[in-house]
Design a protein around this ligand. Sequence first.
Ligand code: PDD
Length: 280
Amino acid sequence: MWAFLDGEFVQEKERLVQLENRGLTFADGLFEVIRTLEGRILFFEDHYSRMKKSAEFFNIEMRFPSEEARRIAVELVKRNGIEDGELYIELTRGTDPHRDHRYPPKETRSTFFMLALPLRKIDSTSWRDGVKLLTYPDLRHGLCEHKTINLLPNVLAKNFAYARGGYEALMFRESNGKKYATEGGSSNYFFVKDGVFYTPEVDNILSGITRGKVISLVEDLGYEVVEKRIALEEFFNAEEVFLASTVSRVMPVRAIDDVSFEVCGKHTAKVMRAYEDLFF
Ligand code: PDD
């Protein structure tokens, strides 16, 4: 399999990243996961401009303009013969031999790489039967609007869910003794109550590309979408729940902890159908 690293296409044995890379020592970097479908790359500009905005925020050099990055991505997907797959992009602050928290000297180049991988396996019955979520505290930092490679709390939350037969975690933060839903380890959430769609507002959570597409689509279908701070118990009292992410697309939820929901209720079914028809 080919990868793209800092300006060239390389094979496995040539993938040389220094051990002192700040991505490894400080998780000082950003990433994107982009879906490919029949060799096409979906929503590339949306993902790349999210990375660019965060790179500006953290002052990390973005080495390739969007058009060039897209050309590289197309070539990589083609070289690896990927039809339905995932394009992974990572950008770090580069290699710093002294492992100093201080930003490295100006001449230090950022590290940029792309992988094009086959789609991870998800049991296709999940879209029919729904998936289970387990609630777990959101232990992350205050920079969750950025897609940083600092993912240890997400890994913890998701593995808490996996160990209990779940598909994802539903993370929450506590404020004044009340629990508020945030997002999943790698997905955003929606619920439906009385024909209205609700989703946590973007307040220290990732503004998912899929979340954005779903909001527009749900509004186009004539529904109201409310983005607000959402108490965990509002999720428990929902009629239908679903998650949204690049890899899971629109995925119905059958249970959160021990509370069950109607799977693919009429509103969720409409959104799933519309999302698939539009983009897949
Ligand atoms: N994760 N929230 C978090 C914390 C995420 O990591 C992701 C994406 C999402 C959904 O965002 P989008 O619709 O842009 O994919 C929400 C990717 C898929 C991953 O880590 O594999």
